[in-house]
Design a protein around this ligand. Structure first.
Ligand SMILES: *[C@@H]1O[C@H](CO)[C@@H](O)[C@H](O)[C@H]1NC(C)=O
Ligand SMILES: *[C@@H]1O[C@H](CO)[C@@H](O)[C@H](O)[C@H]1NC(C)=O
Ligand SMILES: *[C@@H]1O[C@H](CO)[C@@H](O)[C@H](O)[C@H]1NC(C)=O
Ligand SMILES: *[C@@H]1O[C@H](CO)[C@@H](O)[C@H](O)[C@H]1NC(C)=O
Ligand SMILES: *[C@@H]1O[C@H](CO)[C@@H](O)[C@H](O)[C@H]1NC(C)=O
Ligand SMILES: *[C@@H]1O[C@H](CO)[C@@H](O)[C@H](O)[C@H]1NC(C)=O
Ligand SMILES: *[C@@H]1O[C@H](CO)[C@@H](O)[C@H](O)[C@H]1NC(C)=O
Ligand SMILES: *[C@@H]1O[C@H](CO)[C@@H](O)[C@H](O)[C@H]1NC(C)=O
Ligand SMILES: *[C@@H]1O[C@H](CO)[C@@H](O)[C@H](O)[C@H]1NC(C)=O
Ligand SMILES: *[C@@H]1O[C@H](CO)[C@@H](O)[C@H](O)[C@H]1NC(C)=O
Length: 294
């Protein structure tokens, strides 16, 4: 009897093992866990290409002594604060089991490694997220810009809104809902030039009250940012391409096939000229300022 039960249990487990495929994500792929020359965008881009499922493993490949890895809070991630990490592993390579859903934040604590871009944010879910079917859509939708992140200076820079817009189809009649803090942010509708230069002294319209709901009335490219100091430079900027509501197949120029080979393959949005205009050195200079601001 016991024997049979044991066999049954073993069989059940074997069944589970085959259905639940555990993925080991090698952080940074062949680059491993290093200070990336590109700055924070490197791991942001890597992360955006992955789907992290409950039970998966994160494999941080690094040399003991040269690097370390700490799991930290969102706030510590943002400010590169390595005091009181949730967990710290100093011997490499290191595995982290993703045993709960939600966001995980990792930084390197040595020297200025985090400030220079050795930081990773991921989101763990229970199932491969809903793949928005790029079928032709005619019924307008409401989109919450940035989803739960809202409309803020994104911790990882502009990649956040690039990724958000990626694979989304916008049609005339859709509404963008921007959630932000009154009096510490706003939504400026701007031209492509302003989007690129972050010179926000001129804008087409500014919305001061959150939530700001902006209905897309025209096809073509639309650009949004904030007029508050440095917000645009730090990546609070959104570019989208609105197609007609009559359901021409959504064009995804700069999609996976035509995307840049190495860089933020994540998420070249329709507006392919825009991404990653801020040179890394600029980010490096500005990051400490951001910390001061925060
Ligand atoms: C980890 O890094 C070492 C040294 O760079 C490399 O030889 C090895 O293949 C890497 N392992 C993985 C799983 O990428
Ligand atoms: C870093 O975090 C620690 C504890 O979490 C906190 O006491 C400290 O004030 C933080 N430092 C900065 C510069 O925010
Ligand atoms: C990390 O996990 C992988 C895959 O499960 C395993 O092959 C490897 O031995 C583990 N390495 C360490 C250092 O625990
Ligand atoms: C996840 O793993 C960590 C460290 O291994 C452990 O402290 C924690 O209790 C685990 N959480 C769950 C929900 O199993
Ligand atoms: C969008 O939101 C507005 C009000 O916030 C609501 O009236 C409208 O029905 C929503 N549209 C869709 C498609 O959800
Ligand atoms: C993480 O994933 C959950 C579930 O898909 C989602 O609700 C949440 O907004 C995501 N968080 C971030 C920061 O993307
Ligand atoms: C975007 O869509 C393409 C094809 O439609 C798919 O291969 C890719 O995984 C999607 N990317 C994301 C981040 O959803
Ligand atoms: C920003 O734009 C305004 C008008 O569009 C211009 O007068 C100003 O010189 C620009 N500032 C910079 C720093 O380029
Ligand atoms: C922002 O201000 C508007 C108008 O005063 C108000 O209706 C709205 O509730 C405020 N939003 C937040 C998030 O405080
Ligand atoms: C925006 O979409 C239109 C229609 O699909 C397309 O013709 C145009 O090239 C797109 N613009 C950009 C910058 O991708």
């Amino acid at each position: 009897m016991m024997m049979r039960l044991a066999i049954l249990v073993v069989a059940l487990f074997a069944g589970l093992q085959t259905t639940v495929a555990v993925t080991t994500h090698v952080v940074g792929d062949t680059r491993g866990w290093v200070v990336p020359a590109e700055g924070p965008i490197f791991y942001a881009a890597w992360s955006a290409k992955q789907t992290f499922i409950l039970g998966d493993i994160l494999y941080f490949n690094f040399t003991t002594g040269a690097e370390d890895v700490a799991r930290v809070t969102a706030e510590a991630f943002l400010t590169c604060n390595s005091t009181n990490p949730i967990a710290l592993v100093t011997t490499g390579p290191a595995n982290f089991s993703l045993n709960s859903t939600g966001e995980y934040y990792f930084i390197g604590t040595l020297d200025r490694h985090c400030l220079m871009g050795q930081k990773l944010a991921i989101n763990v879910t229970t199932s491969p997220g809903p793949t928005p079917s790029p079928s032709t859509r005619t019924v307008p939708e409401n989109y919450t810009v940035g989803d739960r992140l809202g409309w803020v200076i994104p911790p990882l820079g502009e990649i956040a809104y690039i990724s958000w817009a990626y694979n989304k189809t916008f049609i005339v009649g859709d509404t963008l809902v921007f959630n932000f803090f009154n009096r510490s942010d706003d939504v400026a509708v701007v031209t492509k030039d302003v989007y690129n230069s972050c010179n926000t002294s001129t804008s087409l319209a500014v919305y001061n009250n959150s939530p700001a709901a902006i209905t897309l009335e025209k096809t073509g490219e639309h650009y949004f940012t904030s007029t508050y100091n440095y917000h645009c430079e730090f990546g609070q900027k959104l570019a989208i391409n609105v197609t007609g509501s009559t359901g021409s197949p959504p064009s995804t120029p700069g999609g996976p096939s035509s995307g840049a080979a190495e860089g933020p393959n994540v998420a070249l949005p329709p507006v392919s000229a825009a991404p990653s205009r801020i040179p890394t050195s600029y980010l490096l200079i500005l990051f400490p300022i951001a910390m001061a601001v925060f």
